[in-house]
Design a binder for this molecule. Structure first.
Ligand SMILES: Cc1ncc(COP(=O)(O)O)c(C=O)c1O
Length: 442
């Protein structure tokens, strides 16, 4: 049977495709620096793993919204870590935050989604699947890839039909850029969102991995219109367990919540019960768990800073990261050099880089950038998280990691960064001179 004419156009996520390509090359014996895939390298805390083991026999379905014990733990976690007045009845648990973002978008029969470029890969495909309008707001390296209040207001003003609800997705610390917002920036964005009645999905899944432990939720400034999504995938190293959380503003009312619960009950039913019970332990956020997160931050901050510093010495534009584990690389200073080798798109740059050096990046197009804007995301998590965290714990007496820590424990990713810098330098040294171009044109 052939249904091709009737199928939706949904590409397989570019993240997964690149991972497959890297695996094929690796199988062929090539050394690969897997900077393409943003998976936490760390194991969940032992107490959380033990809780999962102890509850493996719990095979029942749970309530659609999630078990009360977990919702209470999540609400308390938000009160404690973010100073947000969260209540268990406004928490929604699901198999991953991705499906929660989708459920919030699916709650609307029609909406306009506002999203930055670059932004995480799945927001726009999700909105398109639902038939929503999409307004992409371009950002620049100079603006630190951040949304400005002016750009937000302009995008909201540009909407053809202002009677349709508008939904903004904000994500920070950011994937793909590792950057955050200052409090005054959040306050200014909140003012605009309030002025236009825009619902904000604040994707704060990397919040606990703010490198200085200073994440501030948008909900602090816009409690009535902010849905916070997060989960266990990043700070707790448990992406494959599939556990996401959403804090739904009280002000959205019972009807909105019931709509979300209706979508949940007709699609995924509930998050796996053993995982919810393990998540209770994680969200209790004991001293040990806080220490575990603090050690991750130390490693990610030091490695992120070192990677950015090395890249900044070459002709690649990149900001020092503030949270999470990504860097967004902007190759614009070497656009002409790369064009001299026929590398005119970020996809071509990433393919050539992978084939020539084994460095796997994700092209900026996966994040909504234009193909000719030479950019790529680098996830600096290709290291043995268990060994690195063990070493970090051992050195915890001092605040800073000891000299030689990174070269000892993260030699592989640092070698990959050097390979990337060398590749750019080699291209520059081999590039035809401007006089050559002039002569060729003349
Ligand atoms: C920015 C961002 N949001 C959401 C998700 C989805 O996470 P989850 O595993 O909770 O579905 C990811 C995962 O990579 C992400 O990077």
């Amino acid at each position: 049977m052939q249904f091709s004419k009737h199928l939706r156009s949904v590409e397989k996520s570019q993240t997964l495709l690149l991972n497959e390509q890297s695996r094929t090359l690796e199988k062929g014996g090539k050394k690969i620096y897997k900077f393409g895939f943003g998976q936490s390298p760390f194991l969940p805390p032992q107490a959380v793993i033990d809780a999962l083991k102890a509850n493996a026999h719990r095979k029942e379905y749970s309530p659609v919204q999630g078990i009360l014990e977990l919702r209470e733990a999540v609400a308390e976690f938000y009160r404690k870590t973010d100073g947000i007045d969260a209540k268990a009845e406004n928490i929604l648990i699901a198999p991953g935050s991705k499906i929660l973002i989708y459920a919030v978008l699916a709650a609307f029969t029609h909406a306009d989604l506002l999203v930055c470029a670059p932004a995480w890969v799945s927001y726009v495909p999700q909105a398109r699947l639902l038939g929503h309008g999409v307004i992409t707001i371009p950002t620049t390296f100079e603006e630190r890839w951040r949304l400005t209040p002016q750009a937000l207001a302009k995008a909201l003003e540009s909407r053809a039909d202002k009677t349709i609800p508008s939904v903004l997705i904000l994500n920070y610390p950011g994937n793909p850029d590792g950057l955050g917002y200052r409090e005054e920036e959040l306050a200014a964005l909140a003012d605009i969102a309030r002025q236009y009645g825009t619902l904000v999905i604040s994707d704060e899944i990397y919040g606990q991995l703010h490198h200085a432990g200073q994440h501030v939720s948008l909900a602090k400034y816009y409690p009535e219109g902010t849905v916070i999504t997060s989960g266990l995938s990043k700070w707790c190293g448990a992406g494959g367990w599939r556990l996401g959380t959403a804090v739904i503003p009280e002000a959205l009312g019972q009807e909105f919540k019931d709509t979300l619960l209706g979508i949940a009950s007709e699609t995924y039913s509930c998050a796996a019960l053993p995982v919810q019970l393990a998540a209770c332990e994680a969200f209790r956020y004991t001293k040990e768990t806080q220490e575990y997160v603090a050690q991750q931050r130390r490693v990610l901050a030091a490695l992120g800073e070192e990677c950015a510093a090395r890249l900044q010495k070459s002709n690649i534009q990149v900001h020092k990261p503030e949270g999470g584990f990504y860097l967004f690389l902007d190759f614009s200073p070497v656009t002409e050099v790369l064009a001299g080798f026929g590398l005119n798109t970020s996809q071509a740059v990433c393919e050539s880089l992978l084939a020539e050096t084994g460095v796997a990046l994700l092209p900026g197009t996966a994040f909504g950038m234009q193909p000719e804007q030479l950019s790529a995301r680098l996830a600096y998590v290709d290291f043995d998280g268990v060994a690195v965290l063990e070493a970090a714990y051992k050195s915890k007496a001092a605040e800073a990691l000891p000299d030689g820590f990174l070269s000892g424990t993260c030699a592989h990713p640092l070698e990959g960064i050097n390979a990337l810098c060398d590749w750019v330098a080699r291209k520059e040294s081999l590039a035809p001179s401007p006089e050559h171009f002039a002569a060729a044109v003349g």
